[in-house]
Design a protein around this ligand. Structure first.
Ligand SMILES: *[C@@H]1O[C@H](CO)[C@@H](O)[C@H](O)[C@H]1NC(C)=O
Ligand SMILES: *[C@@H]1O[C@H](CO)[C@@H](O)[C@H](O)[C@H]1NC(C)=O
Ligand SMILES: *[C@@H]1O[C@H](CO)[C@@H](O)[C@H](O)[C@H]1NC(C)=O
Ligand SMILES: *[C@@H]1O[C@H](CO)[C@@H](O)[C@H](O)[C@H]1NC(C)=O
Ligand SMILES: *[C@@H]1O[C@H](CO)[C@@H](O)[C@H](O)[C@H]1NC(C)=O
Ligand SMILES: *[C@@H]1O[C@H](CO)[C@@H](O)[C@H](O)[C@H]1NC(C)=O
Ligand SMILES: *[C@@H]1O[C@H](CO)[C@@H](O)[C@H](O)[C@H]1NC(C)=O
Ligand SMILES: *[C@@H]1O[C@H](CO)[C@@H](O)[C@H](O)[C@H]1NC(C)=O
Length: 804
């Protein structure tokens, strides 16, 4: 009897001790979340997976290419585009075959991944002392626990590129980005605890390396970091608070809310926090380390520069007389088109590029010099490729001569100029100083696949590749150390930094009473849409503003969240995007204050005599520039999702400014809408066809489509919603195409499609280009549509902005 009682107690204790790890409800025990000693998971069996008791994570073989698998942990539920988000990989750099590969748990508590083709294990937990059996358990973390319930190994201890909530980042567990969106191998960007206890981001490229975050031009202290921590740990909690021992502390924009979160070092070198938007099946960025993406090193390779351009967002361009080495990958950089050596010729000239700098690689630093002296210094150094001439303080300039042109960037904040050495024999046309119109990147849309065809024997080639890779990494690390040392020796610590550290939010906070007074108790309505009504407001200092009352912004969302949302949008500064000045968040009142646009919206002016053809063309170009900037080269930061004439505002000079961008995201947050409603955003007539199909991914091409419709409307004067004009049956683009076909190869269709009520003359060749670009934008097939930056190029190269 007593022994039976004892047995009960023992089993109860055992059960209780399991509870925090397995949440031992009866159903969860039946889920395959545990692998028993002596058993294994096979790559060939799709059901050989472990699922965490809460269902959130799955561990198993993940296909990374044709016949290539990595043992991974991923979020069980796929995203809207059917992709899975990987959080951990055992063998990211060495995928295994799709046949006969196995992950086995030995009787002695070792986990071993074998590829049938290879005699040696591909990966193992290498637990040597453990002589006793252990279980492999999938919870939020994949771990091995022995019979005493001690965790003897865990995937949290060897992260890849992602840190999950409650997972500790330590000095031994850096995060390393993937090589690309489709190649999960170790990439070039690493987040790690440096020797001075500060968390940094380093670019560890094949040929060069360098730390780029926190800003290496200023001390860790000036970046708000502490070097005096005794520990090196950091982690994100479940509510979105990140705390690190080096005093890097931040809250995600949705902190305090419950969300599925992750922190990832992305393939573009930025470190971001994401929360899962479960209704829409997408990850949304809730914090990022670097706002100016050109400050990430290695984005554009040697002899090229990165710029945030008015037309295109982020863009790499070759320096003059250089050409791209690899058309699909900017990280290879550019090589010279000429083969004249630059050394030893006193007659070499310098080309001047204001507001450009190439970070690091100084051959020599000379403080307090004149421009001519600096030129002489550079001419005297054989491998000097140019120099950065920087204004320091009190009328003093310094000279940083460069022996390599790496990490080039353009920024209006920098008060220095770059001078590039060019051989005299190369005649450069003096006005060709535009880095921005360089070659453009071919963004690969098709996902490449890895194919593994391994012979069933050990391949000696792999060994040499491996040792070469190790050599490359060691060499890269050494180079990084030399570079940092060199850098701190040479860089003037007094270098001005005001421009670089900007307050995250420069918005004014208004009180509700103040806005009520300014809008005269919300009496002058000037527009509706985008989830709220817009009123004209006049402040005591005679400043006129547009005040938008966000009526759908749900009541329980706080000031912090509103501020976080608009601060992301507020960083997007572009002359063709509307400026946000401030906000108000008091209880249920949520308001945004924008710059006021004298001429109202394009919708109000479409049929007015003030918009002649010249202005219409400029509006088409300006709107395209604003949208291209939102989409940013290959990254698609912000999709507008509701481009229409009502959201294109016109200032006193009729310059267009796109309004309401990013707001659809802001208004969609409360999650009470059903899936169909949240997907189908935008306005009838302007909405791209892919909105209607649940399985079609939503890309920046939805905005391109809407833009095309808006331009057709500007040309024809016909509304795509088809409720005003009797004639416009069916789609606007089909109507224009019919007229074109009917004209049979002549240009007669132009007369028929253009709005005859518009004053002024037009150049018919330019009208033809504008119409054809608009038709391409409004193609049904999203892949047939150009990108917004291609639209800008087509309109500017062919049309010119003046004298339409
Ligand atoms: C983050 O949120 C916590 C709790 O809401 C607050 O105490 C803290 O000041 C916030 N930290 C930052 C950096 O905003
Ligand atoms: C360019 O880069 C891509 C991706 O890194 C690579 O697959 C391709 O072979 C490269 N092409 C050349 C010509 O080097
Ligand atoms: C960059 O240009 C310089 C000459 O301007 C050249 O010597 C160097 O090899 C180029 N770099 C690459 C990666 O081609
Ligand atoms: C570069 O030099 C090689 C031989 O040294 C020559 O054949 C080639 O034409 C030169 N290219 C240019 C662009 O001058
Ligand atoms: C810079 O050089 C000039 C002349 O050589 C000298 O008068 C001046 O004091 C120097 N300024 C500084 C800050 O060293
Ligand atoms: C930029 O340089 C000019 C001199 O060329 C100087 O007058 C100005 O104050 C500098 N601005 C900053 C922010 O350093
Ligand atoms: C250098 O560039 C200029 C302008 O882009 C061009 O006119 C010139 O022919 C180029 N020179 C060489 C040697 O490629
Ligand atoms: C993935 O990246 C690794 C490391 O850069 C490279 O060795 C490998 O060939 C790449 N795989 C593919 C399919 O491009």
């Amino acid at each position: 009897m007593a022994s039976l009682f004892l047995l009960h107690v023992v089993s109860l204790v055992l059960l209780l001790s399991k509870t925090p790890m397995l949440s031992a409800s009866p159903t969860s025990l039946s889920l395959p979340s545990v692998l028993k000693p002596g058993s294994s998971l096979s790559v060939e069996n799709k059901d050989d997976i472990l699922i965490s008791p809460n269902g959130l994570f799955t561990a198993g073989f993940y296909s990374v290419g044709e016949n290539a698998y990595c043992f991974s942990v991923w979020f069980t539920k796929p995203l809207a585009d059917e992709s899975h988000t990987i959080v951990w990989m055992a063998n990211r750099d060495v995928p295994v075959n799709g046949k006969r590969s196995k992950l086995s748990l030995s009787k002695t508590g070792n986990l071993v991944l074998r590829d049938a083709a290879q005699p040696l294990p591909i990966w193992t937990t290498n637990i040597i002392d453990s002589k006793e059996p252990a279980q492999l358990v999938m919870n939020n973390n994949l771990y091995l626990k022995n019979e005493e319930n001690q965790v003897i190994w865990q995937s949290f201890g060897s992260p890849t590129d992602t840190l999950l909530p409650l997972q500790q980042l330590t000095k031994d567990t850096p995060l390393v980005s993937s090589r690309s969106l489709t190649n999960y191998s170790s990439g070039f960007y690493k987040l790690y605890f440096d020797n001075d206890n500060v968390i940094r981001l380093v670019y560890n490229g094949p040929r060069v390396s360098g730390v780029y975050w926190p800003n290496p031009m200023i001390t860790a202290w000036a970046s708000g970091r502490s070097t005096f921590a005794s520990r090196r740990t950091a982690s994100l909690d479940l509510n979105g608070h990140f705390v690190s021992s080096d005093s890097l502390i931040f809250n995600t924009s949705d902190s305090e809310n419950q969300a599925v979160r992750r922190l990832t070092v992305d393939v573009d070198g930025n470190f971001r926090a994401y929360s899962l938007d479960e209704t829409r099946g997408i990850w949304k960025v809730t914090w990022q380390a670097i706002a100016d993406t050109c400050r990430v090193h290695g984005i554009c390779g040697e002899n090229s520069t990165c710029s945030i351009s008015p037309n295109h967002g982020r863009k790499c361009s070759c320096i003059p007389n250089h050409t791209m080495i690899n058309q699909t990958d900017w990280s290879y950089g550019c090589r010279p088109k000429f083969n004249i050596t630059l050394c030893g010729n006193d007659e070499d000239e310098f080309l001047h590029f204001p507001h450009f700098d190439f970070f690091g690689y100084e051959a020599r630093f000379v403080p307090n010099v004149t421009l001519d002296e600096c030129k002489k210094v550079c001419l005297g150094i054989c491998n000097c490729k140019g120099f950065h001439f920087n204004y320091e303080t009190n009328g003093v300039f310094s000279c940083y001569t460069k022996f390599r042109l790496l990490n080039g960037f353009r920024t209006v904040d920098s008060n220095g100029s770059m001078y590039l050495k060019v051989p005299k024999s190369i005649r450069l046309s003096s006005n060709n100083k535009n880095f921005v119109h360089g070659d453009s990147l071919v963004c690969s849309e098709k996902l490449p696949t890895i194919r593994i065809d391994r012979a069933y024997e050990k391949n000696p080639k792999n060994e040499s590749v491996k040792s070469l890779m190790i050599f490359t990494y060691v060499f890269g690390a050494l180079e990084a150390i030399c570079f940092i040392y060199f850098f701190y020796r040479t860089r003037n610590p007094l270098k001005t930094t005001q421009g670089y550290i900007q307050a995250a939010t420069g918005f004014q906070r208004f009180s509700y009473a103040e806005l009520k007074k300014a809008t005269n108790n919300f009496s002058k309505e000037i527009g509706r849409g985008g989830g709220g009504i817009v009123y004209k407001g006049e402040f005591s200092n005679n400043r006129v503003a547009a005040v938008k009352l966000l009526k759908e912004f749900s009541n329980h969302q706080g000031e912090g969240e509103l501020l976080a949302e608009i601060s992301t949008l507020g960083r997007l500064n572009h002359m063709n995007l509307i400026d946000i000045w401030g906000y108000c968040a008091e209880r249920k009142h949520k308001l945004l204050v924008y710059e006021y646009m004298e001429n109202g919206s394009l919708a109000q002016n479409l049929h007015s005599s003030k918009l002649d053809w010249g202005k219409r063309f400029d509006i088409a170009v300006g709107t395209a520039k604003g949208l291209a900037y939102l989409h940013e080269e290959c990254l698609e930061w912000v999709l507008h999702c509701d481009v229409k004439p009502h959201n294109i505002l016109l200032d006193s000079n009729w310059n267009p400014k796109v309004a309401d961008f990013g707001l659809s995201k802001l208004l969609d947050r409360d999650g009470t809408h059903n899936l169909e409603f949240t997907r189908a955003r935008g306005t009838r007539g302007y909405m791209a066809p892919e909105w209607l199909f649940v399985n079609h991914p939503i890309t920046s091409k939805v905005d391109v489509y809407s833009y095309g419709v808006v331009v057709l409307e500007m040309i024809t004067g016909r509304s795509p919603t088809g409720d005003q004009s009797v004639e416009s049956k069916g789609r606007l683009d089909s109507w224009v195409k019919e007229k074109m076909i009917a004209a049979g190869g002549t240009n007669d269709w132009i007369k028929e499609v253009v709005d005859n009520t518009v004053v002024g003359n037009y150049d018919s060749s330019k009208m033809e280009i504008l119409t054809k670009v608009a038709l391409r934008c409004s193609e049904e097939d999203k892949d047939a549509r150009p990108t917004m930056s291609q639209v800008v190029d087509m309109l500017l190269d062919n049309g010119g902005t003046r004298n339409f």
